[in-house]
Design a protein around this ligand. Sequence first.
Ligand code: G3P
Ligand code: MG
Length: 245
Amino acid sequence: MMPFEAWPYPRWIAHRGAGRLAPENTLAAFALGYAHGYRMFECDVRLSADGHAFLLHDDRLERTTDGAGEALQRTWTELARLDAGAWHSAPYAGERLPLLAQVLDFCSAHDCALNVELKPAPGDARRTGTTVAAQIARHWRGSPPPLLSSFEPAALEAAALAAPGLPRALLLEHFSADWREATARLGCVAVVAEQTAWTSDTALAVGAAGLRRLAYTVNDDAEAERLVALGLDGLITDRVDHFRA
Ligand code: G3P
Ligand code: MG
């Protein structure tokens, strides 16, 4: 992937659709984030046992659905029946887990950008990277292309082989000793780091490596100001009702 001449994504990105205001990683969350003026969304994508790409943050189903157990052990037919909204609040009861295809359609139809975090279950990184990247390359109709990100280098490596034209970003909780080598090897255009990992030194070093700089999950005014002053390109937030996109 050639670096972008100009970064084509908005600075403010809604985390998991609309952060905490609606059930995370559901179409209702995307609609709410959109209603608050957000035009780029981060979401977490993984695979069902039978290879369907869908949105879910955790490996297990308990926290954000009325199901139980490992999501990877369920077929899409089983997952599609689950309630993914009642855990959040009564108005969202009956909300379903969305397929990645539905989210791609929503973003294309609403002219929104997307950051797809590859969130594979343990041991499923390569299959997830390959399947998700290939599906996006086939299905996406908008502009700019979705930014793929992951904490799992193996998922990004597989995505690069399946759809080399899709931009990739390495997710980091901390700056590891090998972030330069890893981003170069994976052909990344950006680093998405936990907000406290960004200092003037790390921001300078990542910029000098020719990479864009994004932070998660920015919910605090002072922290947002600090990160903007450091020149960051993207801030992923839960607080879509507080920060103006
Ligand atoms: O992609 C940024 C952020 O979502 C990474 O952490 O746990 O919220 O998926 P998490
Ligand atoms: Mg995420």
